[in-house]
Design a protein around this ligand. Structure first.
Ligand code: FAD
Length: 349
């Protein structure tokens, strides 16, 4: 049994705490925020704000093929992780849809050309059958099988509850993380066999030049909205997606702005997101806006994820816009390398 000290209780920190406590290690987690629940005020874990799209193919619009490979590995792990949690977590892998208005076909085709396997457009009848809530006339659609969604707020609560035996220390900002332990901002040293840095943007240093990429989302309520799977609109100016949360709730996201402004959602972002979403799903005109939220995605200069393992020290960061998609595969990779746990074995002990 190893002594583990984790800095940051966001997505990566909770997943690592879950895996290592299940493997029987003595886990302590130190988090700057006040508690395990989200505050939806632009502070704290980006993980709570995320829409929870699990889109290895659609993400290739902007990312490298490695993201798709890791994404598919995570898509195999998520059902096992969710099945071993005590609290319920919405997880769905019945494909996602890419959409484009006919007049935007040119720019959509440039994006589709980046995707392996060149998906074929759906006939209008097939689209109506798959997603009757969408407006089919003038709308082109491509089905990406196997893609899915997870409910981040539920998953964060369930990972926290599922890390049985872990000790959680809230309002304990960590100043630095090195092999052998952590230095808390209050000057206390915490000794550990393994120190694990999962502070997201809070880990920024000269060696780790992270930046925050602002993202804004809206939560909508609409009785029986009828949307069955995540949809992403390929639009020349806006990247917009809708993610069904429950029969009456949807997430609409997300802006992507090179800014570290954590203030409230801007009118321009809200209007652009809502107008684009309404153009594919007219019933949204009756939707109620139940939450506007924003946060900063932790990104490195090359927008690639960092999964670093050296003796006594692990750093997981730079998950950018793909954290929910990549985290299980990256956690599995670094814990294997460290010889601390095999995520798959912990799920089937
Ligand atoms: C609007 C938006 C939409 C998104 N949509 C998706 C999506 O659909 N699919 C997807 O895969 N990803 C999505 N993401 C990205 C995903 O949320 C992030 O990649 C992921 O949350 C990063 O996880 P993390 O654990 O590295 O950081 P975080 O989740 O940000 O967690 C970092 C934690 O460290 C804590 N911390 C910071 N500094 C310190 C310190 N000094 N000491 C102790 N604790 C500290 C923070 O309070 C926080 O709890 C989205 C993000 C945003 C903002």
């Amino acid at each position: 049994m190893a002594r583990i000290a984790i800095a940051g209780a966001g997505l990566a920190g909770r997943l690592v705490a879950f895996a290592l406590s299940r493997a029987g290690h003595a886990v302590q987690v130190f988090e700057a925020g006040p508690g395990p629940a989200p505050s939806f005020d632009g502070q704290g874990a980006a993980a709570f704000t995320a829409a929870g799209m699990l889109s290895p193919l659609a993400e290739m619009e902007k990312a490298e093929p490695e993201v798709a490979e890791l994404g598919y590995a995570s898509l195999r792990l998520w059902p096992q992780i969710v099945a071993s949690l005590r609290l319920p977590v919405q997880l769905q892998c019945q494909g996602s849809l890419l959409l484009a208005h006919r007049q935007d076909l040119g720019s959509a085709q440039r994006i589709l050309a980046r995707l392996p396997g060149a998906p074929a457009p759906l006939a209008a009848g097939a689209l109506r059958e798959l997603e009757p809530a969408l407006l089919p006339s003038g709308l082109l659609a491509w089905l990406l099988p196997g893609e899915g969604l997870i409910n981040p707020v539920q998953a964060m609560a369930a990972l926290h509850a599922g890390a049985e035996g872990a000790q959680w220390h809230w309002q304990q900002p960590v100043a630095s993380v090195e092999a052998g332990g952590l230095l808390l901002a209050n000057g206390t040293r915490v000794a550990a066999d393994w120190a694990i840095d999962t502070r997201g943007l809070g880990a920024r240093s000269a060696e780790l030049p992270l930046r925050g990429v602002r993202g804004e989302v809206l939560q909508l309520r609409l009785t029986s909205h009828g949307l069955r799977r995540p949809v992403r609109l390929l639009h020349p100016r806006h990247r917009v997606y809708l993610v069904p949360r429950s029969e009456s709730e949807l997430m609409l996201g997300a802006s992507e702005i090179e800014s570290e402004d954590r203030s409230e959602v801007s009118l321009q972002s809200a209007v652009e997101l809502m107008a684009a979403a309404h153009s594919v799903m007219p019933a949204l005109s009756e939707a109620r806006i139940t939450r506007l939220d924003r946060n900063l995605r932790p990104a490195l200069p090359d927008n690639k994820a960092l999964a670093h393992c050296a003796p006594g020290l692990i750093r997981l960061n730079g998950l950018y816009r793909h954290g929910w998609l990549l985290a299980p595969a990256l956690v599995q990779q670094v814990l294997n390398q460290a010889g601390l746990a095999t995520l798959e074995q912990e799920l089937h002990p």
